[in-house]
Design a protein around this ligand. Structure first.
Ligand SMILES: *Cc1c(COP(=O)(O)O)cnc(C)c1O
Length: 400
C-alpha cells in the first residue's frame, strides 16, 4: 500500500504541520482515513465544512453545474454568480458583491477598495488599523494586516500602511487614528488568534468611531460568517453593519471561494479595470455556495445550531468543572475553544485523535472546535466523551 505521508514528504513543500491522518472519505461529521479509522471531524476543514463532508445538496449542485458549465471567466455573464450576489446582498443588507477564491483574496480586495475610496474621497488617506493576533491571510497585503509577529517577520519589508493595535481596545484605535487613516479592519471574533471574543460593545464602539471620523469599518467574517457563530453573519449579534465585509471559508460548503460585500457608496469606487480575478464568481463555486446558503438559511436551521451549541458548551463546561487542566470555554455558536492551564494543546489533539476525534491546537494552550453546523446531539455527546478522556490522559502525563 502506498505510504502517502512519505510521498507527501517527498513531493510537497514542507510548510504545514499536518496531523498524521490521510483522510480519504467524509460523510457529515464523520471522516475515514486510509487505515480505515473513523473520526468525528470537529475541525471541519478549518470552519469550512458548515454542512459537514459531502452534503447531498452541495454534491448535487456541483454535479448539476459541472454538467452545464464549469468556468466562463468574467469576460462574460454567468447565472450562479448573479444569483449568489443577489442572495448575499439581500441577506447582509449591503449593496454589492465581488467574488474571488479565498479569504486572503477577499481581504486583498477589501484593502484595495478601502485605498481606492481613500484616494477618491479622503485626500489619499490609506492607513488601515488592525489588531494584535488578528488574522487576515498570507498574501503580502493580508499578511501586512495580520497581527502575529512570527508570520510577518520572515517576509519583511511588508506592505506599508497598517497600524496594528491591541485587540478589543477602543482607545488604542482612537489614538492610532490620523489624517492618513482610511479604515479599521477586525474579525468579529478572532479565529486563528485563539477564538478571542471582544469586550461587549467593542464592535459598536468601532462603528461609532468610524462614523464620527468618516472611516470605513471592514469586518473580516471569513471565519465567523455563514452561520458559524449562530447567525448568518456574526455582525448581526453586535447591532453593527460594516461598510465592507470579507467572506470565504464556509461560503461554498468546502469549494474554494471568497467574496467581499460593500455599501454602494464604497463599492462604486471600484471602476472598470480596478480589480479582477480569473476564477472569481466561477459557476461551480457559486452553485455550491447557493446550495450551502439555501441549507443554512432554511427555516429552523440556525435555531438548531444555537441549541446544539448550548448543548456542546454545557458539556465542555462540565469537563472544565471536573478537570483543573481546563481553564475556560470561549467562543460562540460552532466556533469554540477550550483553554488549558499549560502549553499541552498538541498533546490533547494527539490523545483525542487516537480516540477518534479531530480537533485543532489553535494556541499552545487552547484547542479549537469547529464542527459542522449540522453536528448531531449524539455526535456532540461522543466527541465530549472522547475529549474528556484525552484531557484525563494528558493530565495523568503531568507537566512535561
Ligand atoms: C482563514 C482566514 C483568512 C484567510 O483565508 P484563506 O482562504 O486561508 O486565504 C482570512 N481571514 C480570516 C478571519 C480567516 O480566518
Amino acid at each position: 500500500m502506498t505510504d502517502w505521508i512519505a510521498e507527501e514528504r517527498r513531493y510537497l513543500f514542507q510548510n504545514y504541520g499536518r496531523q498524521p491522518v490521510v483522510i480519504e472519505r467524509g460523510q457529515g461529521t464523520r471522516a475515514w482515513d486510509t487505515d480505515g479509522n473513523e473520526y468525528l471531524d470537529f475541525v471541519g476543514g478549518i470552519a469550512v465544512n458548515v454542512l459537514g463532508h459531502s452534503h447531498p445538496s452541495v454534491v448535487r449542485a456541483i454535479a448539476e453545474q459541472a454538467e452545464r458549465v464549469i468556468h466562463t471567466s468574467n469576460l462574460f455573464y454567468s447565472i450562479p454568480m448573479i444569483q449568489l450576489a443577489r442572495e448575499l446582498v439581500q441577506r447582509s443588507g449591503l449593496d454589492r458583491a465581488f467574488f474571488c477564491n479565498s479569504g486572503a483574496e477577499a481581504v486583498e480586495a477589501a484593502i484595495k477598495l478601502a485605498r481606492r475610496w481613500g484616494h477618491d474621497r479622503r485626500a489619499g488617506a490609506f492607513e488601515i488599523i488592525t489588531t494584535v493576533d488578528g488574522f487576515h491571510g498570507r498574501t503580502m497585503g493580508s499578511l501586512s494586516a495580520t497581527g502575529t509577529t512570527r508570520y510577518r517577520e520572515p517576509f519583511e519589508p511588508l506592505v506599508p500602511g497598517f497600524r496594528i493595535v491591541p485587540w478589543s481596545d477602543l482607545d488604542a484605535v482612537r489614538s492610532a487614528t490620523s489624517d492618513r487613516t482610511v479604515a479599521v479592519m477586525v474579525e468579529p471574533i478572532q479565529g486563528e488568534g485563539g477564538v478571542n471574543l471582544p469586550a461587549p460593545g467593542y464592535l459598536a464602539g468601532l462603528r461609532a468611531w468610524c462614523d464620527e471620523r468618516g472611516l470605513l469599518l471592514i469586518l473580516d467574517e471569513v471565519q465567523t460568517g455563514i452561520g458559524r457563530t449562530g447567525t448568518l453573519f456574526a455582525f448581526e449579534q453586535e447591532g453593527v453593519k460594516p461598510d465592507i465585509m470579507a467572506l470565504a471559508k464556509g461560503l461554498a460548503g468546502g469549494v474554494p471561494i471568497g467574496a467581499i460585500l460593500a455599501r454602494e457608496e464604497v463599492a462604486a469606487h471600484f471602476v472598470k479595470g480596478d480589480h479582477g480575478s480569473t476564477f472569481g464568481g466561477n459557476p461551480l463555486a457559486a452553485a455550491a455556495a447557493l446550495a450551502t446558503l439555501r441549507e443554512v438559511t432554511a427555516p429552523g436551521f440556525l435555531e438548531r445550531v444555537n441549541e446544539a451549541s448550548r448543548r456542546l458548551v454545557e458539556r465542555l463546561q462540565a469537563i472544565e468543572d471536573r478537570h483543573g487542566l481546563v481553564t475556560g470555554i470561549r467562543g460562540r455558536g460552532m466556533l469554540l475553544a477550550m483553554g488549558l492551564a499549560r502549553d499541552c494543546s498538541a498533546d490533547v489533539v494527539d490523545e483525542a485523535r487516537r480516540r477518534g476525534l479531530l480537533i485543532n491546537n489553535v494556541r499552545p494552550n487552547a484547542v479549537r472546535l469547529m464542527p459542522p453546523l449540522t453536528v448531531t446531539d449524539d455526535e456532540i455527546e461522543r466527541a465530549c466523551d472522547i475529549l474528556e478522556a484525552a484531557i484525563v490522559a494528558v493530565e495523568s502525563q503531568g507537566s512535561k
